[in-house]
Write a protein that binds this ligand. Sequence first.
Ligand code: WT7
Length: 631
Amino acid sequence: MVVQASLEGEAYFPSDDVMEQAFVRDWEALARFADEDLEGFWAREASELEWYQPWERVLDDSQAPFFKWFVGAKVNIVQNALDRHMTTWRKNKLALIWVGEKGDVRTYSYFELYREVCQFANLLRAMGVQKGDRVTIYMPRIPEIVTAMLACARIGAIHSVVYGGFSVDALQGRVDDSHSRVVITADGGWMNGKLVELKKTVDDAIKRCPSVETVIVIQHTGQEVWIEPGRDYWYHELKQLRITNGACTPQEMDSEDPLYILYTSGTTGTPKAILHTHGGYMVGVYSTLKYVFELNDMDRWWCTADPGWVTGHSYLVYGPLLLGATTFMYEGAPTYPYPDRWWSLVEKYGISVFYTAPTAIRGLMRFGESWPKRRDLSSLRLLGSVGEPINPEAWRWYHSVIGGQRCPIMDTWWQTETGCFMITPTPVVPLKPGSASRPFFGQRAEILDEHGNPVPDGEEGYMVLTRPWPAMMRTIYQDDERFIQQYWSKYPGKYMTGDSAKRDTDGYFWVIGRVDDVIKVSGYRLGTAEIESALVSHPAVAEAAAIGLPHDIKGQAIHVYCILRADYTPSQELMEELRQHVGMHLGPIAKPEKITFMDALPKTRSGKIMRRLLKARAQGLADGDISTLEE
Ligand code: WT7
């Protein structure tokens, strides 16, 4: 790629090679078509997939913000992700290549994956799981997490995947809120050479979850775990039962029927369950992955995300399978046993398109160029970034050291709520390091001030999306009111992203970060409220405030301010104990970087903790407006 100056600032233009191979060369033309005929564009995308029954209307906006897409259609996303390929040569193509942290390898052709999913789905059906039932999946990054998700979707059950790095409280809250009848887990997983005891966490968590009738346990590490008679079943034993063999007819779903819920942290209170559907979500994910990464039958696609996050849902599980691509999945840590583990996998498996998070890039940059330089990374043709703004320094390193200057970087901005990419380049779009470029086809974004007026280009404001898209969240599960209040009430008719951003004079968007109480630690989304409630559950803590402060590798790190109860005194030991306590309750990612003991927390006169003020002071910045601060 060449650097040119016809765009403002540092810009990288696609090379002739990239242009030649591109599947959509005229970005502007397609963008114009989609902008002028939103429904026409999405109808065309949808018609590339299979429907049991066609839609009567593409978009129903009569009850906005409760938008409906492909109204009246019947579909099943798994039928499109698997069965659709059974009548083509892709039946024998590799769907999934999996490598464990220990070095074990498993591969599945589309046919093999299809069979596994049918078996799993038959099993769930035999256990009485029905359309609409919620199933919690709490697993390591192993192939069965994929088959479990697809098995649920195949029979119309709503999966709720909880990230395997979360621990007891986080899991318990999510199982309970979703009233899951079934939990699917594994004996354990491997991460950084250590055993992660997932089953134990499940045992602890569901003690307080009366809805759970059955726990299905995948054997992965071989460690001994407790099997509760009448409640817990080994998957490999259930599989021996003949009942699970044979085909499994997918459940015909209404386009708007729920596919899954996924909990994510919001501004206040407990994490909320974002709800996605079979029809619209399928079309959005399929189309965005197709246009942005242009996966073809020569490609091997590696999205490093965990299926426990939306990136894993959309672009590790559903997206690549909908496209009939070969997807790669690795169980463990990028630096285990050496800092070139990822690069060795790219080399060995000939990965051609690689999609990861800025925090991972920064973390690996730290070990220097020699690790990736020892590996042959010439199979790569395209790179991707997601989860937080990528700092230009990391971008350039990724571009030159990993991508050998030849791979465009697709910086994709989106959210759990959006389901698919919203602001993103495609391979032919000139790139500016640190900018996710422009809205995807059919989408529009605006930067607004407090009162809803657009701010001039170059100025910071609230980023909103102004047109509906098929993969948009339909609601917060069981909480329509919160859905409206959180996303649609600040600027009626516009979707509030929760991010602040700038737009430059070339129309490129520069996301700055969250404007609410969401902290992004290594790209993981955590709410201050969750961390604070984990802290006050410790007998020593009377009150706590959590904030995110800039961190070189993690992007943001959690800093906590605590007021102790009367009979406790601050000490190094107590600090460590509290860090462990949060880790144990929420998961290691939530462990605070630093804990400061205070006598009082700054509050507004109405009693709200002023986290903004704590944040400003911690960074040595001006206090800002403190007119509401209590005396
Ligand atoms: C938040 C959503 C959806 C993928 C994983 C994160 C931040 C995400 C980018 C990007 C700048 C980004 C935003 C957004 N974010 N991608 N390319 N550039 N910021 O999903 O956990 O729901 O978090 O992640 O702040 O609001 P999520």
